[in-house]
Write a protein of this length. Structure first.
Length: 354
């Protein structure tokens, strides 16, 4: 009886968390669309979005400048911020589940740095792969992020038999430092225009992006999300350890490859459209896991929702705190994420000593 009541309480709590997360996404999106130097009333915002998507014929009574501001500037920016935040948080949850440690995320294990290098190559050489067109940027970012991930795991295997999180993070720092040196070399070889573009892009931002950037990330976000959602059982099984997962019938190698591929898709596409934005994949899944527990059936979708809402609010903060100037969104997430990362690292060390 007591076990049944506890289970009902947990289900009720998670259901409420889903509702709160959904409401947070809606509230963050409306705030992102409403708050700016030119404030458009919320009913007008809803009319513009509904008319553009459903063709209801309401735009005749709406000023043209308000329509342009909402549809061409603010809405794609809010959607892009949501997609990037959702992708990074979901990838972070997958990496943390795969490595069985809340200190792992795309930023700390070198995937974001690898994706950044691929994107910088495309920006520097201004080339396109035949048949891919504008998708060259995210594809190159995904490939280079995947390569960086395999280099990190290769270093870990060579230096230690165990996959300790400290060793993985150290290898990620080494790979990231090397990649950072290569990126700095590319920047120093660039002309003034390319240098400014690359440096601003590396800070991380969703400003001056349009519908084409939203179109670039959505296919990879959907595919990566579906892969990870489908393999949530493998993540739950891997929490018991690889040997235990193998004993209960989980194909560990196949599951790990799909999880790594899905998380790299999400990370590479996010970096390609927004630059390097750190700590979202570290902080959000950990906070979600504190409320829902370790079950990835809930951790993954809730990380997606909360991560998307968080980055929309972070972008809103970055463009309003020193208006009319804007801070790079990566600065805001780093200011929030770095102290949280330090606290998690200290807690992890204390927990292991005890």
């Amino acid at each position: 009886m007591q076990s049944s009541s506890i289970r009902k309480f947990l289900i009720s709590k998670i259901t409420w968390f889903y509702c709160i997360s959904g409401g947070l996404v809606v509230a963050a999106a409306l705030l992102g669309l409403f708050i700016s130097s030119v404030q458009v009333p919320v009913p007008t915002i809803l009319h513009i979005i509904l008319d553009k998507t459903l063709g209801l014929g309401w735009l005749e009574s709406i000023p043209k400048n308000e329509e342009m501001i909402i549809w061409n500037i603010r809405l794609p920016r809010v959607l892009l911020a949501f997609c990037v935040g959702a992708s990074l948080a979901l990838a972070g949850a997958a990496f943390q589940g795969l490595l069985r440690n809340p200190l792992a995320d795309p930023y700390t294990i070198g995937v974001s740095s690898g994706a950044s290098l691929g994107a910088v190559f495309v920006l520097f050489f201004q080339f396109t792969i035949i048949g891919l067109g504008s998708f060259t940027l995210p594809v190159m970012a995904i490939i280079s992020g995947f390569i960086a991930l395999f280099i990190v795991f290769g270093l870990v295997r060579l230096s230690s038999r165990s996959m300790a999180i400290e060793t993985i993070i150290l290898a990620g720092i080494i790979v990231s430092a090397f990649i950072g040196a290569v990126v700095s070399l590319i920047i120093s070889l660039s002309d003034q225009d390319n240098m400014t573009q690359i440096i601003y892009w590396l800070y991380g931002s969703v400003a001056m992006r349009g519908w084409n950037h939203v179109g670039l990330i959505i296919p990879f976000m959907l595919l990566g999300s579906l892969i990870l959602f489908y393999h949530y059982r493998e993540l739950n099984a891997l929490a018991l350890g690889e040997e235990a997962a193998d004993h209960i019938g989980v194909d560990v190698k196949r599951g790990k490859m799909f999880i790594l591929f899905g998380a790299s898709l999400l990370t590479g596409a996010s970096v390609a459209v927004s630059g390097s934005i750190g700590f979202v994949g570290l902080v959000i899944p950990h906070l979600v896991r504190l409320i829902t527990g370790p079950n990835h059936r809930h951790v993954l979708p809730l990380s997606l929702l909360v991560g998307g809402a968080f980055l929309v609010l972070a972008d809103l903060f970055s463009r309003t705190i020193i208006a009319p100037k804007e801070l790079p969104i990566g600065v805001i997430t780093a200011l929030i994420g770095a102290p949280v990362f330090a606290i998690l690292l200290i807690r992890e060390r204390i927990g292991r000593r005890n």
